[in-house]
Write a protein that binds this ligand. Structure first.
Ligand code: C5P
Length: 397
């Protein structure tokens, strides 16, 4: 996805400029050719040497550097860019771009490009909320720029408010989504569930499971990066909300069922990667249950089986996390729950299952075919699932 793609990373003069080092580093690690362009004010915060060391490319700072490569760079970079990302973007650069000003290398590059441009505003809350900045942002959005919402939190000035540069993952997620927007799942609506549901016992306790949500998030991100419109229905996890994905947070199996029913009404596929509780307390206690002398017995009832009960014409893809008789159990679930595909994984095997970044799975299809995959990253497993899903959507499987 990012491999061999040229990402022009524009850095402007905000305190968050130091965070651009991490963005440049992660993009380079993912195989992108990162070309950094810094404004004059960005040079007051951080040196080009840092970015040159990380990206292995010279950093462009000046339109009039007496060097042939640099002299043509405002056109050269605008032409070689697969995507341009400005992070952090100050109120000043946003205003200049909105007016079509081209008085330095970054503004010239943006004005000259046909590549998609992503802008990640980062500034003091008052500057961000100022109606002039908001008008400029609206103007850029109308012209097709992709704006990343700044986050709320502690600002460099000491106060709290909106204006922080989001996490590197969020910015790179937006880049991946932009690069993949014409992918093989373009126009498809995909609903993904993730995480382990929590069934309330009382106001402070719940019944849960060991699901980390990593597999479901990987599927959601992979689908986004292939052009799909993704809704991720997630039980509580420790993961960062992925950029460019509609996130619906739920806790219990019942809440997940309602969210799935609503979201899948217009979906092309439902991928249930969530570990849904099979049982839930008959009634959650209103007050915290006090410790008594004896034991405690919970009265549990069955939860609704979401994938079996949800109605619609979309493809149904489920997971079977097993500790024994993997394939036999998976086959039973595939037919019993009316699925089109099931991804079976032995959660007791090393490097496979809950909490890990890797997984070893067998994919079984409704038509009886099955494929056992070697141990691979959850992202790679996600791509394999989507390969098969894409073929099924085209009626080729
Ligand atoms: O828990 P089990 O192994 O039966 O789950 C298999 C598949 O069924 C998974 O895709 C899971 O998300 C889904 N499931 C569900 N509703 C439940 C339990 C599981 O949709 N109540």
């Amino acid at each position: 996805m990012l491999k061999n793609k040229t990402v022009v990373l524009g850095i402007t003069g905000g305190i968050a400029a130091y965070k651009a080092v991490d963005i440049a580093s992660k993009l380079t690690q993912a195989g992108a050719n990162v070309r950094v362009v810094m404004t004059k004010s960005a040079l007051e915060f951080i040196t080009p040497l840092t970015f040159e060391s990380i990206t292995g490319n010279t950093v462009v700072t000046d339109m009039f550097q007496p060097n042939a490569e640099h002299r043509i760079n405002h056109v050269a970079l605008s032409e070689v860019a697969d995507v341009i990302v400005i992070a952090p973007a100050t109120a000043n650069i946003i205003a200049k771009l909105a007016c079509g000003i081209a008085d330095d290398m970054l503004t010239c590059t943006v004005l000259a490009t046909r590549a998609p441009v992503i802008v990640s505003p980062s500034m003091h809350t008052n500057m961000y909320e100022n109606s002039i900045t908001q008008e400029n942002i609206a103007k850029l959005k109308k012209r097709g720029f992709k704006m990343i919402e700044p986050q709320a939190g502690r600002l460099a000035s000491g106060g709290y408010g909106v204006g922080r540069l989001p996490d590197t993952e969020t910015i790179i997620g937006a880049i991946r989504q932009t690069l993949g927007k014409n992918g093989d799942l373009k126009g498809k609506k995909v609903v993904v569930t993730a995480g382990g549901t929590q069934e309330a016992i009382d106001p402070v306790r719940y019944l849960g499971n060991r699901s980390s949500g990593k597999m479901g998030y990987a599927v959601a991100e992979a689908a986004r990066d292939r052009g799909a419109e993704v809704t991720l229905i997630t039980a509580p996890t420790a993961l960062v909300a992925p950029a460019g994905i509609e996130l619906i947070k739920v806790q219990s199996a019942k809440e997940m069922k309602n969210a799935v029913a609503k979201a899948s009404a217009k979906a092309d596929a439902l991928i249930m990667a969530a570990a849904v509780a099979d049982y839930t307390p008959k009634a959650a206690a209103k007050q915290k249950i006090k410790k008594g002398a004896g034991g405690l017995t919970l009265d549990l009832v069955k939860t609704p089986d979401i994938i079996s009960e949800v109605k619609g014409k979309f493809l149904k893809i489920g997971f079977a996390a097993e500790t024994e008789n993997l394939l036999a159990n998976a086959k039973k679930k595939l037919t019993g729950k009316g699925m089109d595909m099931i991804v079976a994984n032995d959660v007791s095997a090393e490097g496979s299952g809950f909490g890990t970044d890797t997984n070893k799975v067998t994919i079984l299809l409704k038509n009886g075919r099955q494929e056992s995959l070697p141990l691979m990253s959850k992202r790679e497993v996600a791509e394999k699932i989507l390969d098969k899903m894409g073929k099924m959507m085209e009626g080729k499987m």
